[in-house]
Structures are given as C-alpha cells and as structure tokens.
Design a protein around this ligand. Structure first.
Ligand SMILES: C[S@@+](CC[C@H](N)C(=O)[O-])C[C@H]1O[C@@H](n2cnc3c(N)ncnc32)[C@H](O)[C@@H]1O
Length: 276
C-alpha cells in the first residue's frame, strides 16, 4: 500500500466514522485488509481503492470500517458522555447511593477496558467514597481476549495519553512497559465475557449502560431488539449511551427520551416483554 492509497483509505474512514488513522497504523491497516483483498480476489490496493469509490463503495466501506474498528477504543472516547456523567447523571445517583441505594453501571462492549476504566475514574472523581457503597461497574465483551486485557488493566503510555498526568498517576501505577490500574480503581469493577445477543445473567437493573460502537455492526432486527432489552434492563430515569454513529431506533423508542448527543434516558413507561 503506497502513501496515496493509505491516505485515500484513511480519509474515507475519517469521513464515514470520524476515526483518525495515523500513519503509524499503516501496517495495521494492511494486516487487517489483506484477508479482505484475498476474499475479493484482488491483487493490489489500487484496485481496492477503486472499489471503495465505485458502485459497491458504500458496502465496501462498511467492511473497511468493521475490519478496522472491531476493537478500537480509547480512554475518554467521546468525552461529552463523561461530561454528561459528571454534570448530570452521577450527582443525583450519588445522593441516592449515600442513602443506601445500590448503583449498577455497565460497559456492554468494553473491548480492552479503556471505556469502563474511564467510567470508574469519572465515578471516583465525583464520589471518592464509592468503594464504601454498593456500587459496581460491569465490563463485558464478546471477545475473551479483550475481556482478559480489560481485566489486567495494563496500558502503554500512548493509550494513556488522553488522561491528564495527575489523573493517570492517581489511578494507575507505573508497571513494566506502561501503567497498571491501581486496586482502588478496580475495586468497583467486574469483568466478564458476554455476547449481547445471548441471555444476560443479571438479577437487578442498571442505572447506566454504555453500549458504544458495537451495535453498529448488528443488523436492524438484532440492533432494535438490543435497544428493547436495554429498555428492560434500565431503571426509570436510567441512562443509555450509544456510539457516535449510532441512534436509538425501532420499537424501543417510546420508552426513552433523548437526553443529549447519543444519550437516552429510560422513561417510566412499562416496557412489554419481547416476543420469543
Ligand atoms: C469498537 S469496540 C467499542 C469499544 C468501546 N465500547 C468504545 O466505544 O470505545 C466494539 C466492541 O464490541 C464488541 N462486540 C461486537 N459484537 C459483540 C456482541 N455481540 N456482544 C458483545 N460485544 C460485542 C467487540 O468485541 C469490540 O470489543
């Protein structure tokens, strides 16, 4: 892949998804696309670039996005969600937790863990006494390797660049090759493997669900079914955060209000059971 081809693909990806592919990711891009080229029986990236802009371009860009974004994540990705947590969502929840109510937050497609650790830092900044209360942040993903990485909580310096040094040092200790989440940060966190399309093993309801940049890969019926199940899993007033290119759609819509950009709040209307 030459420089012009890389730039063309990176520009298309940025236009479609807002994801920035730096030059350092060129070999990753090649590694991810080689299989796709073989499937398409294409000999070079020139032909692939033509396809991206040809009649099958829209469909092909979807393949490109999913080849590249499968596990892409970052600390404080889509920062406005963490601002909304700090300013609007957590304060009333913390008041209730102080009165003894349990709180449950769920990062439902957590990849390598940057999202749930960002939630945990946001929570602990706002509520340092959280570990003394019944509060859990659940972090799940379909990919067992990602769940393991999330559980380990070890990150290189580049991954933690998005976290201010003071905050990073408060919640992460220096470890070989980078940083490791401190026990105080992990205290409220639990990790597990979970396919969102399977049954969920939870007894109680959630106050906050993050399901960002995963439903985008699902077809319409499974995505809409997922929104409905989130509606059933949230307490009235509970928050659902979805990814930047995702929108709540389908039969679950009447059970949510829009609360911000890609942020939905469960209303008090009872939600019917899903047909089997
Ligand atoms: C692009 S990452 C998103 C990570 C994080 N939520 C974020 O927005 O930064 C998508 C994640 O969704 C997970 N995923 C895809 N299909 C899933 C499914 N059916 N159930 C659970 N997780 C799934 C992938 O394994 C991947 O880790």
């Amino acid at each position: 892949m030459n420089g012009a081809q890389f730039k063309k693909i990176a520009d298309l990806l940025y236009r479609d998804s807002g994801i920035v592919l730096s030059e350092a990711k060129r070999s990753l891009l090649v590694a991810r696309l080689n299989k796709r080229l073989r499937t398409l029986n294409m000999a070079d990236y020139g032909a692939y670039c033509d396809r991206l802009e040809g009649p099958d371009g829209v469909e092909e860009r979807r393949h490109l996005l999913s080849a590249l974004t499968t596990n892409v994540t970052a600390f404080f990705r889509e920062m406005h969600h963490f601002t909304s947590l700090t300013e609007e969502v957590l304060p009333p929840m913390i008041l209730e937790a102080r009165r003894g109510r349990r709180l449950r937050l769920w990062s439902a497609a957590c990849s390598s863990g940057e999202e749930p650790y960002s939630i945990a830092m946001t929570l602990l900044d706002a509520f340092p006494e959280a570990p003394q209360h019944d509060i859990l942040i659940l972090a799940t993903d379909i990919d067992p390797l990602m769940v393991d990485r999330a559980r380990q909580g070890r990150y290189g310096p580049e991954a933690l660049q998005a976290v201010a040094a003071a905050r990073r040092d408060k919640y992460f200790a220096r470890a070989e090759g980078g940083f490791e989440a401190r026990p105080a940060l992990r205290h409220c966190m639990r990790f597990g493997e979970l396919n969102l399309h399977d049954a969920w093993p939870f007894a109680g309801k959630f106050d906050v669900i993050f399901c960002r940049n995963a439903a985008i890969y699902f077809d319409t019926p499974s995505r809409q079914r997922l929104w409905h199940r989130f509606g059933q899993a949230l307490v009235p007033g509970g928050s659902l955060y979805v990814g930047h290119s995702e929108r709540l759609d389908g039969p679950a819509c009447p059970y949510f209000e829009t609360a911000g950009t890609t942020h939905y709040r469960r209303n008090a209307q009872p939600i019917p059971a899903l047909p089997a």
